[in-house]
Design a protein around this ligand. Structure first.
Ligand code: SAH
Ligand code: SF4
Ligand code: F3S
Length: 444
């Protein structure tokens, strides 16, 4: 059978899609272009209204294929599937499978049954009370960068957020299973591993793990021979342990970068968002991180126009951004989500005002990003090469990769294939969102 996967949303959906693709290929299926697919899988996101809308317009487009060939069908997974569930069958009859995150492990078998029996529909939406292990391939080369799930779900119920409803309660995966997957990936060619979860700092604190804390998990994975880089995402500031902060100064292959979503710089907003930290506490964590690792690259998520946000609250966020000087940030206009606490809050900020605040914030971030990138000129950094660059100019072939801080670096090299290699680069110039440089020495 030929399948095609379309992925929306966060890294966890990307990881789920990657796993589905591998699992189907190992069962003899073939990944194909959209036009040739017999089965479509869509992993969906409902964190804001816009990504949710994208799913419906995509399904409108896929209907065209199903109309032409009635054997073609679609499986919808991820957060919109969990939210809308079997409703999908009424709106889009060619959707014959809906699955949530906990159901992903069973999707390959379900697809085989759906192919055999054209009258069947399957729903895999139940939340389990343990982390559902998925079959792991033991052989076959993998790319230089790999993602490893360490937990599922979230218990925080931030007032604006739908994730705890769509991903269920937090469930840590056993540290032995995580280590086994990481070791296998490194053996099969991974140079960089990213540990994934909605709130990795509370790994092991949900009664589903095996007593391992996140800090000791980091130490264990970092010690895998041959692992060049270790990263993790996402971190909730309220749960970051001093041992994790210290790890940035202690573990040589732990990348000097941290995505630490702040959401707002106003204590009043943090309180009504239910984030459980203050601006002062957040800034204290930033200070400690920089003491442990002076060049750590910090990035964040920010919401503007949360219900009740005044101009003054917004200015507190701008001021915090000036103080922390993030390398980059993802910023969003608050978006009402069905069933979350903020949906019922008063003093909603008008759409035009949210748009204005977002533009002001992004303008400030762009200036800081440019200054921070400029300050890297002259540095020598190790780059993990991701592929050829979109930026080609003149005779030499340009390559693209990232330094330990996650910054994009373009550089020319006549070497035949650098993808997946590490190479030392001297930074020569800064562009708007990236750096350019020249190589120093041989790749490894
Ligand atoms: N677990 C991660 C984030 C998951 S959602 C964490 O806690 O950091 C990614 C980001 O989407 C959030 O950090 C937040 O900035 C944004 N977001 C979530 N719900 C939103 C909403 N209703 N409106 C606007 N942005 C939202
Ligand atoms: Fe959403 Fe908050 Fe959980 Fe992050 S920590 S997924 S923002 S509820
Ligand atoms: Fe979106 Fe679900 Fe991830 S809502 S951000 S796909 S957890």
């Amino acid at each position: 059978m030929r399948f095609h996967i379309l992925t929306f949303g966060c890294q966890m959906n990307v990881a789920d899609s990657d796993w589905l693709s591998q699992a189907l290929i190992s069962r003899g299926w073939t990944e194909s272009a959209e036009e040739d697919a017999q089965v479509f899988l869509v992993t969906t996101c409902s964190v804001r209204e816009k990504p949710e809308q994208k799913v419906y317009s995509l399904l409108g487009r896929l209907k065209g294929y199903a109309d032409r060939d009635p054997a073609v069908f679609v499986g919808v997974g991820g957060c919109v599937a969990q939210q809308i569930g079997e409703e999908f069958w009424n709106r889009f009859p060619f959707v014959r499978l809906v699955f949530g995150t906990d159901g992903t492990a069973m999707v390959p078998q379900a697809l085989e049954r759906l192919v055999e029996d054209p009258a069947l529909r399957v729903s895999l939406l139940d939340f389990l009370d343990h982390y559902p292990e998925r079959e792991q391939p033991e052989e076959g080369r993998v790319g230089a960068q790999a993602f490893v799930n360490i937990m599922q779900g979230c218990d925080n119920f931030c007032a604006y957020c739908i994730v705890p409803f769509t991903r269920g309660r937090q469930k840590s995966r056993s540290s032995d299973a995580i280590a086994a997957e990481c070791e296998s990936l490194v053996r099969r060619g991974a140079r960089e591993l990213t540990l994934l979860g909605q709130n990795v700092n509370s790994y092991g604190q949900d009664g589903h793990g095996d007593g391992t804390t996140f800090a000791s998990l980091l130490r264990r994975i970092s010690a895998i021979p041959g692992l060049a880089r270790l990263k993790f995402t996402t971190s909730h500031p309220k749960d970051i342990a001093p041992e994790v902060v210290a790890a940035f100064g202690e573990l040589p292959n732990l990348s000097p970068q941290l995505h630490l979503p702040v959401q707002s710089g106003s204590d009043a907003m943090l309180k009504s968002m239910g984030r459980k930290y203050t601006r002062e506490r957040y800034l204290g964590i930033v200070r400690d991180l920089r003491a442990a690792c002076p060049h750590i690259a910090l990035t964040t998520d920010i919401i503007v126009g949360f219900p009740g946000e005044t101009q003054r609250d917004f200015e507190d966020t701008l001021e915090l951004m000036r103080q922390v000087r993030y390398e980059s940030s993802f910023s969003f206009k608050y978006s009402d989500r069905p069933g979350v606490r903020a949906e019922k809050m008063n003093f909603k900020v008008p759409e035009e005002e949210k748009a204005r605040r977002l533009a002001v914030l992004q303008d400030l971030q762009n200036r800081i990003t440019a200054e921070e990138l400029e300050s890297r000129v002259g540095a020598e950094v190790d780059v993990l090469v991701e592929g050829t660059s979109r930026m080609q100019d003149g005779a030499a072939l340009f390559w693209r990769g990232r330094d330990g801080g996650g910054r994009i670096i373009n550089f020319p090299s006549p070497l035949p294939d650098l993808t997946g290699k590490m190479i030392r680069v001297r930074i020569l110039a800064a562009k708007k969102h990236s750096l350019t440089g020249e190589t120093r020495g041989e790749p490894w």
